[in-house]
Design a protein around this ligand. Sequence first.
Ligand SMILES: CC(C)(COP(=O)(O)OP(=O)(O)OC[C@H]1O[C@@H](n2cnc3c(N)ncnc32)[C@H](O)[C@@H]1OP(=O)(O)O)[C@@H](O)C(=O)NCCC(=O)NCCS
Length: 194
Amino acid sequence: MVTVEVPVVDLILETPRLILREFVLDDWRAVHEYASDPEVTRYLSWGPNDEAASQHFVAAVITKRREQPRSVYDLAVTLRETGKLIGGCGIYRQRFGEGELGYCLHRSYWNRGYMTEAVRAFLEWAFTEGGFHRIYARCHPANTASARVMEKNGMKKEGCLRDHMYKDGRWSDALLYAILEDEWREFSGKNRNE
Ligand SMILES: CC(C)(COP(=O)(O)OP(=O)(O)OC[C@H]1O[C@@H](n2cnc3c(N)ncnc32)[C@H](O)[C@@H]1OP(=O)(O)O)[C@@H](O)C(=O)NCCC(=O)NCCS
């Protein structure tokens, strides 16, 4: 039998202020800076991370990136000017045409529009090159910043998933947001110069 090596192609997304690039193993320390912050992970199903968990996350993302066909697109969010890694943003292919979006940012960089910018680039890639038809994301009902990031990118609230998340012995609801391919085309056309 002949085995054909499929080359691993790096995904890089550029925005005015950010470069979203593939993770490398050394990134775990920068990831740990935000992933170990309880304020950052307050509304997430994971964290706060110990060092081993942050190392495991980066290693797992790198391993999954090599899978063919690729289903995990988790990128490091870095500042264009300095190269500093300030967060992560990813789309996980769930089944044909559908992906789940997730993101996380270092607290020192909140409320400057960075994640709205990163998600916009990711959605553009997902609907033009990534082969996605529907992208959804879930957030804790109290996570207003996350809901705003989705709304500012044209994602629509589809409903509330009751007792959907479990953390530290407690269940909580999750809001479900999504955007479809044709909705993205309309939204991005209208907001092209923003
Ligand atoms: C959610 C998160 C990624 C947002 O990143 P960000 O770069 O700060 O987001 P942006 O600056 O692009 O937009 C944030 C929006 O939320 C608003 N916001 C932030 N905190 C808010 C609050 N407590 N109440 C109301 N609005 C709030 C901001 O004003 C802004 O909206 P605006 O542009 O209409 O003013 C960041 O807060 C984060 O990493 N949180 C922890 C991890 C997390 O929750 N990830 C999402 C999991 S679903």
